[in-house]
Design a protein around this ligand. Structure first.
Ligand code: GLU
Length: 439
C-alpha cells in the first residue's frame, strides 16, 4: 500500500511552496489508490495555532486535495517519549548540557580554524557526577548519536544521494524544556503510520540523512524519499521573501482557480508541459516524480492568470449561476450575459464590471475627430430595449447616413456605447444594455 503524508506545521498559512509538497504527496497516493495522511506537526506549542490548522484544512479542501486520515503530533507525545526511551536504552540518545551561547562559541572557534561546525560530542565525555551537577544547574537536552558512516539513498528526484554523517552534527531530538523536536516526531510517525513515500522540499535533505539512521536505530525500514526543488520567484529570488503575497488564500481571494494552481504545480519544474485540467484523477494518472529536475524551479504568479482564464471561460452556465445571481443578473438574462461576458474575463470577479456596464451604462469614450459622427449616429439609435438585430440595423443606418465603414464605423460606436475599445460581440451585448448614452 502506498501511503504518503503532508505534514505542515500549523504556524502560518499555506503558500505555493507548501502546495507543491501537498500536491505531490496527494497525487502519488491517488495514482496508486493508496492513502494520503494530513499530519499537523504541532509540537511547538508556542507557534502552533488551531486557526492555522483550520486554515490548512480549508485551503486543501478548496483545492480538492482531500485526505484519508488526519493526525496531530501534539496528541502523540507519549509515542515520541517511548521511542526516545528506546534510543536511550541502546545508547543512541545522549544528554547534553551546553547552553546556546556555549554552542555558538564552539561553532565560531571551529569555523575560525577552518573546520566544519559539527558538534564535538563533548557531552559524551562527561562522567555521571558532572552530568548530575549540570542537570541540577541547567537541565539537559538530548542528541541522537549518529553512526559516522556514509548515509545513502536513492532519491525519487535527486537520484543517488550520499551524505557523510561525520559532517553532520548529532541532531537534537529533545529540547531542555522537554519539547520533542520534529526530527524524532516525524520519524516515529512515518514508521508507525506506515508511510511508504516521503516527498518534501530539498531543504530537508540533511534531515533525511539523520532520519534514516534514527529509523534504523528504532529497528524499522526507511520509506522511499524524494526531495523536490524549492520554488523561487520569477527572477530567481527566494520565494520566502514574498510568502505574504503568495499564500493560497490570497490567490483564492484574487480569483485564481484551483484547476489553474493544480495544473501548473503538477508540471512546473518537470519535463512535461503544463496542461489545464480540473480533474485530479487525470492529473494524478499523468503525474510522474521522475520527470522533475533538481534545479530550483521558477514560479511566476502571472502564469496562473491565463490558466485561470481558460478554466473560467470553459465553465458551463450552471457553474456560474450563483456568481451571476450574486451580482444581480436577472435569471432570464443569465444565459445571454454569460455568453457575452465569459470571453472577456480572467477571474469571475471581472463579471461585475461587465454587469455594471449592462445595468448602468458607460460614459461614452469619443475621440474629438469622431464627435460629429457619434452625434449623428446616436440620433439614429432608437431608445432601449434593444433586440438581437439592434446592432446590425443601427450600424447599417449609420453607414448609409455617414458613408463610414469597417473599423472607422464600428469602433467609435462601440466606444460610445461601452466606454471601452474592446469587449464582447456588440450584437450580443446590445440586448443587455439598458441605457442609451448621453452625448
Ligand atoms: N513539518 C515539516 C515541515 O513543514 C514537515 C517536513 C516533512 O515533510 O517531513 O517542513
Amino acid at each position: 500500500m502506498i501511503v504518503t503524508r503532508f505534514a505542515p506545521s500549523p504556524t502560518g498559512f499555506l503558500h505555493v511552496g507548501n502546495l507543491r509538497t501537498a500536491l505531490f504527496n496527494h497525487l502519488i497516493a491517488r495514482k496508486a489508490q493508496g492513502r494520503f495522511i494530513l499530519r499537523l506537526d504541532d509540537t511547538d506549542p508556542e507557534r502552533s495555532r488551531p486557526e492555522y490548522a483550520d486554515a490548512i484544512r480549508e485551503d486543501l479542501t478548496w483545492l480538492g486535495l482531500g485526505w484519508d486520515r488526519e493526525e496531530r503530533q501534539s496528541a502523540r507525545l507519549d509515542r515520541y517519549e517511548a521511542a526516545a526511551e528506546r534510543l536511550r536504552e541502546t545508547g543512541r540518545l545522549y544528554e547534553c548540557f551546553e547552553t546556546p551561547t556555549e554552542l555558538d562559541l564552539k561553532r565560531k572557534r571551529q569555523l575560525a580554524m577552518g573546520r566544519p561546525p559539527v558538534y564535538d560530542r563533548a557531552a559524551l565525555r562527561l562522567d555521571e557526577a558532572e552530568k548530575a551537577r549540570l542537570r541540577a544547574e541547567r537541565g539537559g537536552y538530548w542528541r541522537f548519536r549518529l553512526d559516522q558512516s556514509r548515509i545513502e539513498w536513492e532519491d525519487g528526484i535527486l537520484g543517488p544521494v550520499s551524505i557523510d554523517a561525520a559532517s553532520v552534527s548529532d541532531p537534537v531530538l529533545i529540547r531542555a524544556d522537554g519539547q520533542v523536536l520534529y526530527t524524532l516526531a516525524s520519524v516515529v510517525d512515518d514508521v508507525e503510520m506506515e508511510v511508504s513515500h516521503v516527498v518534501r522540499g530539498s531543504d530537508h535533505v540533511t534531515n533525511t540523512a539523520t532520519q534514516i539512521q534514527i529509523i534504523g536505530a528504532l529497528g524499522a525500514t526507511p520509506p522511499a524519499f524524494a526531495h523536490h526543488s524549492l520554488l523561487t520567484g520569477a527572477q530567481g529570488e527566494a520565494l520566502s521573501k514574498r510568502l505574504g503575497t503568495l499564500s493560497l488564500r490570497d490567490l483564492r481571494a484574487r480569483g485564481i482557480a484551483p484547476a489553474a494552481l493544480l495544473s501548473l504545480m503538477a508540471r512546473l519544474g518537470s519535463s512535461q508541459p503544463v496542461e489545464l485540467s480540473d480533474d485530479l484523477d487525470q492529473i494524478a494518472a499523468a503525474f510522474d516524480l521522475a520527470q522533475f529536475g533538481a534545479a530550483p524551479t521558477r514560479f511566476d504568479e502571472a502564469d496562473l492568470l491565463p490558466l485561470t482564464r481558460a478554466h473560467v471561460q470553459a465553465l458551463p452556465l450552471e457553474a456560474v449561476r450563483a456568481d451571476l445571481a450574486a451580482i444581480g443578473v436577472p435569471e432570464d438574462q443569465e444565459a445571454l450575459f454569460w455568453k457575452v461576458a465569459r470571453e472577456n474575463i480572467t477571474v469571475l470577479a471581472d463579471l461585475e464590471d461587465w454587469w455594471r456596464l449592462c445595468r448602468d451604462g458607460a460614459t461614452p469614450d469619443v475621440a474629438p475627430e469622431d464627435a460629429d459622427f457619434v452625434r449623428v449616429a446616436l440620433e439614429l439609435l432608437p431608445p432601449p430595449p434593444w433586440g438581437p438585430e439592434a446592432w446590425s440595423s443601427w450600424t447599417t443606418a449609420v453607414r448609409e447616413a455617414t458613408g463610414r465603414k469597417g473599423r472607422g464605423l464600428f469602433m467609435p460606436l462601440r466606444k460610445a456605447l461601452t466606454g471601452r475599445d474592446h469587449g464582447p460581440d456588440m450584437g450580443d451585448l446590445m440586448p443587455l444594455l439598458r441605457h442609451k448614452p448621453e452625448f
